[in-house]
Write a protein that binds this ligand. Structure first.
Ligand SMILES: Cc1cc2nc3c(=O)[nH]c(=O)nc-3n(C[C@H](O)[C@H](O)[C@H](O)COP(=O)(O)OP(=O)(O)OC[C@H]3O[C@@H](n4cnc5c(N)ncnc54)[C@H](O)[C@@H]3O)c2cc1C
Ligand code: FES
Length: 243
């Protein structure tokens, strides 16, 4: 883990309030599901903001994020060559090397981005990866997933594309060796419920408000069957068995 000042290489808007940011990468090895703390503003906003790694591509690091407040709004205004502070990679990531065979990834909304680097790694390991994606209305990143996944299942809440309704209505863990999920907590808990009932291992990437991102402040503490855990340091990926 390093704190570096990097450069913005490229930024584009993919959908309403959804941006794809590409920055120059350091030498560190990155695991799928890890995240960085980002900062590209002066001290009027003291805290860095956690954003998951979407894609690692040679010397480039890609992030996909949604503008929801001041920090992400400032990120969205960055132009190529702008400085950006990066602290990371942080967290544990998905256990891609522990599983083989058929793996399903279930993503919802802005929980979708970390599943792309995860799908790439699983495919590299020889797994067959199916992706289940749930959106409110506008799709993003589906072309990228189509390149690495065997089968793609899409749901939108308003029925604009794919199945009309929640992605959990079209997901069944049967026939998969493991499930990795990231998205709204309600969605992930539903996925876990299905997996538990069919005894399929499931790993969830939990979101929480963060301050330091490195395990020092306890702002991100979350309750598990094994006691309180720090989402940033012990997670963000947790086995369904302890949640
Ligand atoms: C490990 C991790 C990985 C993440 N990866 C991504 C990603 O890849 N792409 C992406 O778009 N976002 C991601 N997020 C969420 C992102 O960090 C927040 O949206 C961002 O920090 C908001 O900053 P802001 O200054 O724009 O908004 P703020 O002004 O801080 O907040 C605006 C609104 O967003 C809510 N909010 C802020 N942070 C969170 C959070 N962590 N969880 C739930 N609600 C929050 C606030 O309650 C408030 O309502 C991730 C969060 C974590 C913890
Ligand atoms: S954000 Fe500080 S301990 Fe997790």
């Amino acid at each position: 883990m390093q704190l570096i000042t990097s450069k913005v290489l490229f930024q584009t808007q993919l959908a309403t309030n959804i941006f794809h940011l590409i920055v120059a990468k350091n030498e560190e090895q990155i695991l799928p599901g890890q995240f960085y703390m980002l900062k590209a503003w002066e001290d009027d906003l003291p805290l860095m903001r956690p954003i998951s790694v979407y894609n690692v591509d040679n010397d480039k690091l890609h992030f996909l994020y949604k503008v929801v407040g001041k920090g992400t709004d400032k990120l969205s205004k960055l132009e190529p060559k702008a400085d950006i502070e990066l602290l990371g990679p942080l967290g544990n990531g998905f256990p891609c090397h522990e599983f083989s065979g058929n793996i399903a990834l279930v993503g919802g909304g802005i929980g979708i981005p970390p599943l792309f680097e995860t799908a790439k790694q699983l495919k590299k390991n020889g797994c067959k990866v199916d992706i289940y994606l749930g959106y409110k209305d506008e799709l993003f990143a589906i072309e990228a997933f189509a390149e690495v996944c065997e089968k793609m299942f899409i749901a939108t809440e308003n029925g604009k594309e794919g199945y009309k309704g929640f992605v959990t209505n079209i997901f069944n863990p049967q026939n998969y060796n493991a499930i990795f999920t990231c998205g709204p907590e309600l969605m992930m808990m539903k996925v876990k419920e299905f997996c538990d009932s069919q005894q399929v291992p499931v790993w969830l990437s939990m979101e929480s408000r963060m301050a330091c991102g490195i395990g020092a402040c306890l702002v991100c503490a979350c309750k598990t069957k094994e006691g309180m855990k720090r989402c940033c340091k012990d997670g963000p990926v947790f086995s369904g068995a302890i949640l």
